[in-house]
Design a protein around this ligand. Structure first.
Ligand code: NAG
Ligand code: NAG
Length: 423
């Protein structure tokens, strides 16, 4: 157990003091279109979210969110079939991987973290990985090849798999271990890895399905859990599928239970999928869920909204901003009210600026967070939801940044003092 437990008493105040969730962004879907939950992922329904490939302007979308809200993490969906051109066990396909890499580069060019999402439900054409379908080694080989494309880029993150379900969770834990070993062996710098559980990696059932225990056993080769995150998904409709108009579930209890578990086990998580519709029930429940997540950013380090990219603006869960054609975009109300507002329009500063002020890993994210925090920012957000226009927001950035730095340096000193005291 790390000696930081004394600091836990302070954590309820973390969000108001330290500000925004560490990683915030949107999922760019499209290459996964048509993928069935049995892992059959046709190639003829693929839509590339890049205008250079005849699709919507995913590159412009990412730039827009980075510029206006300092978003810093995007999840780029692909499928196993697409990456190898439906050649299970084969090499990355030159043409198809080239296209996926264009999307990756568009993301990386914004400075954001970019999650590779293998959208296969732990399967390939009906066969479960390590459980009758492709062997762990065949899956690991895919990850080895992908890692070797970005061996030294820490901004590339691996979502090992989208939404496993109806699997033996302990056996899946072993598969994840083989996958982690493969990535760690092929990389030259540490990458973030997201570990998904069963039941579509549903945060509500993560503990009772045994996902939490099975995935807690997965470690790095050195035995640590550094950069190994639990990966949660959650919708708010009646069967957690994100296919119904009405939001009926209140996810606060589920996230609360999970937050306690994570604190107790000294683990962190990223919510790599959650979304809702424009129904009024969703404005209430989705906003509340995200406010709650933002009150627990000591364990929930990332939030990715679903979804944009190749989704049309009228898709049920669309976060696709309206393009005015000259490179500017306007977000819908769900994005501005339930994502930008609860999480805050402005990012914490880059960790590099104050990283050296503390050597304590567990608390460093808070100590280095420049997010504002300061009451100035909160009131800005509360009284005036962020403007979806580019110019309006740029002005705010400057003011808030100044307020943020002032607020943060004070709290950094305070926190450093507390760390020294309690250690
Ligand atoms: C959820 O409900 C939808 C619509 O009724 C249905 O198509 C889907 O199969 C259900 N999903 C799950 C995981 O139960
Ligand atoms: C999976 O999640 C759904 C939706 O929350 C729930 O109804 C179901 O009981 C869960 N299944 C298991 C096996 O926990």
């Amino acid at each position: 157990m790390r000696p930081a437990s004394a600091l836990l008493a302070l954590l309820p105040f973390a969000p108001t003091v330290w500000g925004r969730i560490k990683y915030l962004g949107v999922a760019l879907a499209g290459i996964d279109f048509g993928c069935d939950i049995d892992g059959s992922c046709p190639l003829d329904t693929v839509q590339i979210p890049l205008s250079t490939h005849g699709g919507p302007d995913g590159e412009g979308q990412m730039k827009h969110w980075v510029k206006n809200y300092d978003m810093n993490m995007f999840r780029l969906s692909s499928t196993w079939q697409f990456l190898t051109n439906d050649n299970l066990g084969g090499k990355l396909d030159k043409k198809n991987f080239g296209i996926f890499d264009e999307l990756m580069q568009a993301c990386l060019d914004t400075g954001a973290y970019c999650i590779i999402d293998i959208h296969n439900f732990a399967r390939y054409d009906g066969g479960i990985i390590g459980q009758g379908g492709p062997t762990d080694e065949v899956f690991a080989d895919l990850l080895t090849q992908l890692t070797k494309k970005y061996p030294d880029n820490e901004k590339v993150a691996f979502g090992l798999m989208n939404e496993p379900h109806d699997i033996d969770i302990n056996r899946w834990g072993e598969t994840c271990q083989v996958a982690v070993n493969a990535i760690r062996a092929a990389e030259t710098t540490d990458h973030m890895i997201l570990l998904p559980g069963t039941n579509f990696t549903n945060v509500e059932t993560f503990i009772i399905t045994g996902s939490a225990d099975a995935l807690h056993k997965v470690t790095n080769p050195d035995g640590s859990h550094d950069n190994l995150f639990f990966d949660f998904h959650k919708y708010l409709d009646e069967n957690n599928s994100g296919t119904h108009e009405t939001c009926t579930t209140d996810n606060v209890e589920a996230y609360g239970r999970m937050a306690d578990w994570l604190r107790e086990h000294d683990r962190k998580a990223i919510i790599s999928e959650s979304g809702a519709t424009m129904d009024e029930t969703c404005f209430e429940r989705f906003c509340r869920q995200n406010e709650f997540i933002n009150e627990n950013i000591d364990v929930f380090e990332g939030f990715i909204g679903w979804g944009a990219g190749a989704f049309a603006e009228d898709y049920l869960l669309s976060l696709t901003p309206k393009s005015d054609g000259d490179g500017t975009f306007v977000d819908n109300r769900l994005m501005t009210e339930c994502i930008v507002k609860p999480f805050g329009a402005k990012a914490q500063a880059k960790p590099t600026t104050t990283k050296k002020t503390t050597t304590h890993h567990h608390t460093s994210t808070k100590a280095t967070s420049t997010e504002p925090t300061s009451t100035g920012t909160s009131s800005t957000i509360t009284s005036a939801p962020p403007q979806p226009t580019e110019t309006g927001d740029s002005e705010e950035v400057t003011e808030d940044s100044a307020a943020a730095s002032a607020g943060v340096s004070f709290f950094t000193i305070l926190l450093s003092f507390l760390i020294i005291t309690f250690m």
